[in-house]
Ligand binder design. Structure first.
Ligand code: PMP
Length: 358
């Protein structure tokens, strides 16, 4: 009988709760207003020839590199950051190698590392989900071949200073260190432009969040040219589809649209946090387009009650140190206000029944 590799047999399937997502979707950190109208116009103008031809990644890669002020040899376009993570794992991890992650964090680092047969070393976050630098440094060994850090982190929204990440990269020159900046635009700080970036440091970016293009699947992996050349060997030459490549330059050109959405999210995030504070609700100040809050034992009732208000949010209570926690995506200002109104009502009702932590 055909059997999958042992590493794959022992993987837990990651099934995000995607089915029937009707309503205001504040559960996957997507944009709530979608992409720029200029991107849609470009999409609608595509002809059959564009679809008939195999996609050419390089010209668009050069444009993205220009946008990032990098050389094209330092940039690989990917099928979302998920593919970037997958490619890094395939490029650097042998069975038995170690991959270090700081938990709680994004699920795909562990899945792709385990699929290669690597051993995943989970370093717990410090108090209030701050970055556990000393603990992480103490877990680096000669077998460490990957260290993945989301900055800002998902699902906590917390960020770590770039000089701390540099220390990690310098302490493990034999490991690929991925700084996943999927939420960069909402944070505003990047490690990408530091002078003297170590050759083992990779930075990932996505068009799924601030650009509102999660469905198109486009991401960026940036790093040292010689290392990116290795990763490129593992990637399909056609990993990014023709439609995504055709609209990406337009998405980059309409920075005003992205900036406007980001400023709305930042204002909405502030309002949401103020409201959580006023309600006496535990939350962690966020640098991303979502806020993690601890509602306690009634997390499932809370989520269900918001659903009856037509709002979807994400249960994170099974994540490490996230007992009773839910993650609330922040969208446009209008959508943040809709969430706030519903929150007041739902928390008020649950508290009447003494089901929610204050
Ligand atoms: N990294 C992080 C930290 C994320 O939260 C997500 C999406 N939730 C991703 C990567 C995936 O991004 P993409 O859509 O580009 O694959």
């Amino acid at each position: 009988m055909l059997e999958a590799r042992a590493a794959v047999e022992s993987l837990h399937a990651y099934r995000p709760p995607l089915a029937g997502r009707r309503g205001l979707r504040l559960d996957f950190n997507e944009s709530t207003i979608g992409c720029s109208p200029r991107v849609l116009a470009r999409l609608r103008s595509l002809d059959s020839e564009t679809l008939a031809r195999y996609p050419e990644r390089e010209p668009v890669e050069a444009e993205v590199a220009g946008f990032l002020r990098l050389d094209p040899s330092q940039v690989l376009l990917t099928n979302g950051v998920d593919e970037a993570i997958h490619l890094l794992c395939s490029t650097y991890l042998e069975p038995g190698d170690e991959a270090i992650i700081v938990v709680p964090t994004y699920a795909m680092y562990e899945i792709f590392a385990q699929a290669e047969g690597a051993r995943v070393v989970q370093v717990p976050s410090s108090e209030n989900f701050t970055f556990p630098l000393d603990n992480l440094l103490s877990r680096i060994s000669s077998r460490t071949r990957l260290i993945a850090v989301a900055n800002p982190n998902n699902p906590t929204g917390t960020a770590v200073a770039c000089d701390i990440l540099l220390r990690v990269a310098r302490a493990a020159p034999h490991a690929a260190v991925l700084v996943d900046e999927a939420y960069f635009e909402f944070h505003g700080e990047t490690i990408l432009h530091l002078a003297a970036r170590p050759a083992n440091l990779f930075v990932a970016r996505t068009f799924s969040k601030a650009y509102g293009l999660a469905g198109l699947r486009i991401g960026i992996l940036a790093g040292d040219a010689a290392q990116i050349a290795m990763v490129r060997r593992v990637a399909s030459p056609y990993n990014v589809n023709a439609v995504a490549l055709a609209v990406l330059p337009e998405a980059l050109r309409d920075q005003a649209y992205v900036e406007h959405y980001v400023s709305e999210v930042q204002r909405g995030r502030e309002l949401l946090q103020q409201e959580l504070k006023a309600l006496g609700q535990r939350y962690w100040p966020s640098r991303a387009n979502f806020v993690l809050a601890r509602v306690g034992a009634a997390h499932a009732e809370f989520i269900q009650a918001l659903r009856t208000h037509g709002i979807l949010v994400r249960d994170r209570h099974t994540d490490p140190a996230c007992d009773g926690c839910v993650r609330l995506t922040v969208g446009s200002l209008e959508h943040a206000q809709t969430l706030i109104v519903a929150l007041r009502e739902v928390l008020g009702k649950l508290r009447e029944h003494r089901e929610v932590n204050a």
